[in-house]
Design a binder for this molecule. Structure first.
Ligand code: FAD
Length: 405
């Protein structure tokens, strides 16, 4: 008997949670489930700013997929997706190909640099464990180089400057971690703290556009108190190897490390496979399917889902990706076994941004604002809740963040 084959691409928040839900919904004789991922581990994308700054161990952010997914029920395929052939219902992989009856695309994001000259070539991005590890190693290398440089006429000072392009959620969480890490590095390499600069550059008039003003003010003050400098309303015009050109006057800011967090788009495999993109992502139907494709769902950072109330897409978050996984699994069940498909409805549980160490801020429970240690404790609860959903109490004990700081 021919069983339908469901193939899930990407073991991020969307892919992992869809797989978990499908295991609950289908008996083994009802559907084959295959999860394709580049690595044999899942990583916590929401912790990558900590990996990049070097404030948590790399392994803390990684979870072996086989530890949390039943491999007798799901076939795990460790391979890299190259292209999706929609007409033949096939996925081309680096080491072969796989066909599907139903496809779930959860391949995550890539940086969007909006054509800023040099940004692609010269800036790092906080995108995967490996790319984040490059950043932490590079920053430490610059501190070591500074210490060993014999050039004493001030020319080596820029090695210690870290420029972060983009003052959105990721950029701000990252400079928060740097505010904790840089003093540690200064100590380690015996360098005065005021020699190393952390500079955040944002084109919009404010950091964290879209956030509540009181939260923005709190974040900015907290970070400035710990030595972060901000340039807002300042567009990066060009990124060179060791500097960025900023604003209409093209002020040159030299830096040993440049990290771009200013924009994301869908994994380029999606566009290259012929799915129509709007501002870098696929505008999916209300039931999360790709327009025109009855058997293809696109989730998480690869897609936009419209918020009918505001008329704008929901911001891309892990929270959104996980909720989409629920709807996607329900809709696959309906497609395969009959029944109406449901439309996705987002239940916003709030957002908390960490600002490094014991500092954080955000909103929970329909707009209640939290600051400082209370916000940090809530952030840890959110992180632990995800671990619980993924791997139960065992995973929380192994990787969780129980303490408020
Ligand atoms: P991802 O979680 O990025 O997963 C994509 C997966 O696809 C990865 O496992 C990757 O290895 C795999 N993959 C990619 N390419 C291939 C390929 N070619 N072949 C095979 N596999 C491939 N959101 C929140 O809700 N709260 C937060 O606090 C928060 N903080 C964040 C902090 C940072 C630093 C960043 C970068 C993002 C943060 N976000 C946060 C956003 C959130 O992480 C994303 O929205 C979320 O990860 C999207 O989930 P996803 O499943 O679409 O993609």
């Amino acid at each position: 008997q021919n069983k339908p084959k469901i193939v899930i691409l990407g073991a991020g928040y969307a892919g992992m949670m869809t797989t978990k839900k499908l295991i609950q919904k289908f008996r083994p004789e009802e559907a084959d489930i295959v999860l394709v991922n580049k690595h044999n581990y899942h990583y916590q994308t929401t912790w990558l700013h900590e990996v990049a700054a070097g404030t948590i161990d790399i392994n803390r952010s990684r979870i072996m997929i086989s530890d949390v997914i039943n491999t007798r029920r799901v076939q795990l395929l460790q391979d890299t997706v190259v292209e999706i052939n929609r007409e033949d219902q096939k996925v081309i992989l680096e080491n072969g190909e796989i066909d599907y009856d139903y496809l779930v695309i959860g391949l995550g994001f890539e940086k969007a640099t909006f054509g800023i000259p040099g940004m692609d070539e010269n800036a790092f991005t906080i995108q995967s464990v490996d790319k984040s590890r490059m950043i932490r190693e590079h920053i430490e290398y610059q501190f070591a180089s500074y210490k060993n440089s014999t050039n004493d006429d001030g020319d080596k000072d820029h090695l210690l400057n870290i420029v972060v392009g983009g003052g959105g959620f990721t950029g701000i969480e990252f400079v928060g971690e740097l505010a904790e890490k840089v003093p540690e590095l200064c100590n380690k390499y015996d360098i005065p703290r005021n020699k190393a600069r952390i500079i955040n550059i944002e084109a919009a008039p404010t950091i964290l556009p879209g956030f509540d003003q009181e939260l923005i003010d709190y974040a900015r003050k907290s970070l400035e108190n710990r030595g972060v400098e901000f340039k807002t309303g300042a567009m990066i015009k060009e990124c060179k190897q060791t500097s960025v050109m900023v604003g209409e006057e093209e002020e040159e800011i030299k830096a040993g490390t440049i990290v771009w967090t200013g924009g994301v788009q869908a994994n380029s495999i999606v566009g290259n496979s012929g799915f129509e993109l709007t501002k870098g992502k696929v505008n999916v139907d209300e039931d999360l399917r790709a327009p025109g494709y009855e058997n293809v769902f696109i989730l998480g950072d690869c897609s936009w889902v419209m918020d009918k109330e505001s008329g704008r897409p929901y911001p891309p978050t892990a929270q959104l990706a996980m909720q989409e996984a629920d709807t996607c699994a329900n809709n696959l069940k309906a497609l395969i076994q009959g029944g109406p498909l449901e439309n996705f409805v987002f239940d916003n549980k709030g957002t908390v941004a960490s600002l490094g160490g014991k500092h954080a801020m955000g909103t929970v429970f329909e707009g209640k604002k939290l600051f400082g240690v209370t916000a940090k404790a809530m952030k840890n609860v959110i992180d632990d809740r995800y671990l619980f959903l993924l791997g139960g109490p065992k995973l929380v004990l192994k990787k969780g963040k129980f303490r408020p700081f």
